[in-house]
Write a protein that binds this ligand. Structure first.
Ligand code: SDX
Length: 428
């Protein structure tokens, strides 16, 4: 490797490729000309060694357990900021001034209602439909209602549809929960905060006023901050790939929701709490740890391990602290929390987890808090999608406004049949 270049030696040829440096983090080898000069593709299923884009939004150092949003550490944002302020930061690159924040919050609150026709969509689902199935359908359907903001070449359209998506996700998620329990939908109440509005739409009823519990509002808002964005994870990469074809933002976010649903990704919070409840008591933990280590057993510790973090997920640290705050505020406890802490302690002292650098991730403790607040496990990933929408939208805007942006179209290593002639059926 010379100064700012890498040389690939292949088939007796030297192919020189530039090396680029970011602000912080690993350099990249710019291989865009490699196929043209070598006739070869790189090969990286799962993209473990591949940077798909330039981005200035989020930085992760997996070895050090560092997560920055526009340079600000997640621990400081979780401690001092609000989800609306972090949303402004992710979208605009700087923390807002007081007038900027109140203007942004007011704009978002003006988009919290759904078209009345869209509320009819829920009636087409069974009551036991998974909220993520509803979210995929209803968010995708937004593009049928908002033609006035789908010209992605128009920055004003992009801004309006971004605000609409951030504003409407709480209303959509709360309605999915209400529909599942047979209670009427509540309209947004814009005198409340973004998160307070969501809690009221979820847990309030028309029959009586709903008091937002300050400690619950603070914990929920912090959970939204912890889920807001996370570099080029699977669902964000899905949103970028869908957006690279010029698809409208509502369709792209619906694609991101679909990808997030998987248990290896955002679906892990639901799977983690189900796993902790199945374990039930600390004495059953060793059996599950042995199962997780058994190559012949597909069972994995849900909420553990991460593609990037080979150290403690900084979000899990904040999440564990928040469990205690919510338990104290609500004067509740849950034996599952004891199981989670003992499981973490035993796994982190087990050579298998130490050697493979498997630590709790954002999904390990979140379910304990959400369950204490009153959400069913089926709502956990919908809450993750609600919060991640601002990250998806910020990354989508960054991609669309990049002049060098082009449609994403990976190649492959072909392992199928070489060319062969068609055989008549009586010859087979
Ligand atoms: C999220 O990318 C992001 O940023 C995602 C996210 C975000 O904010 O967007 O952070 C949110 O998705 C968090 C991750 C939630 N998923 C889970 O908690 C599901 C359980 N975790 C695993 O499935 C796994 O750790 C992944 C999917 C998270 C990461 O998988 P990788 O990077 O592909 O790693 P791997 O599957 O190759 O595992 C490496 C080794 C393997 O053993 P070997 O084949 O090398 O012998 O570690 C083992 C795995 O078997 N392993 C686990 C394990 N996770 C990995 N063994 C037991 N339990 C686990 N949880």
């Amino acid at each position: 490797m010379g100064d700012n270049q890498a040389i690939l030696k292949a088939d007796g040829k030297d192919i020189t490729m530039p090396v680029r440096s970011g602000t912080i983090g690993p350099d990249v080898i710019d291989i865009r000309k490699m196929y043209g000069e070598s006739g070869m593709f790189t090969y990286d299923p799962g993209f473990t060694s591949t940077a798909s884009c330039d981005s200035a939004i989020t930085y992760i150092d997996g070895d050090e357990g560092v997560l920055l949003h526009r340079g600000y550490p997640i621990g400081q944002l979780a401690e001092h900021s609000s989800f609306m302020e972090v949303s402004y930061l992710l979208l605009n690159g700087e923390l807002p001034s007081t007038p900027e924040l109140s203007d942004f919050s007011r704009t978002i609150s003006r988009h919290t209602m759904l078209h009345e026709q869209l509320m009819q969509f829920y009636r087409g689902f069974r009551r036991d439909a998974h909220p993520m199935a509803i979210m995929c359908g209803v968010v995708g359907a937004l593009s049928a209602f908002y033609h006035d903001s789908t010209d992605i070449a128009d920055p004003t359209h992009r801004k309006i549809s971004s605000h609409r998506l951030i504003a409407k996700m709480p209303t959509i998620a709360a309605a999915a929960y209400k529909y599942s329990i047979g209670q009427p939908f509540l309209y947004p109440d814009n005198s409340l905060s973004y998160t307070g509005n969501f809690l009221r739409m979820t847990f309030g009823v028309p029959a009586e006023p709903y008091e937002v519990h300050p400690a619950v509002e603070k914990a929920m808002d912090r959970i939204f901050i912890l889920h807001a964005d996370h570099e080029q994870n699977a669902s964000t990469s899905t949103v970028r790939l869908a957006g690279s074809s010029g698809a409208n933002p509502f369709a792209c976010i619906a694609a991101g929701i679909a990808c997030l649903w998987g248990p290896a990704h955002g679906g892990a919070n639901e799977a983690a709490l189900n796993m902790l409840q199945e374990i039930g008591t600390p004495d059953r933990i060793p059996h599950y740890i042995e199962r997780a280590k058994d190559k012949n057993d597909p069972f994995r510790l849900m909420g553990f391990g991460h593609r990037v973090y080979k150290n403690y997920d900084p979000r899990a640290t904040v999440m564990q602290k928040t469990v205690r705050e919510v338990f104290d505020a609500l004067k509740v406890t849950d034996p599952v929390f004891e199981v989670a802490m003992r499981l973490e302690e035993m796994a982190l002292n087990d050579p298998y987890f130490i050697e493979k650098k498997l630590f709790p991730n954002v999904d390990f403790y979140s379910g304990v808090i959400l369950s204490a607040i009153g959400f069913p496990t089926t709502m956990f990933t919908a809450l993750f999608a609600l919060a991640r929408t601002v990250g998806w939208v910020a990354q989508w805007n960054e991609m669309i406004s990049d002049p060098g942006q082009k449609i994403g179209r990976p190649r492959q290593l072909y392992t199928g049949s070489a060319e062969r002639d068609y055989l008549a059926i009586d010859k087979r």
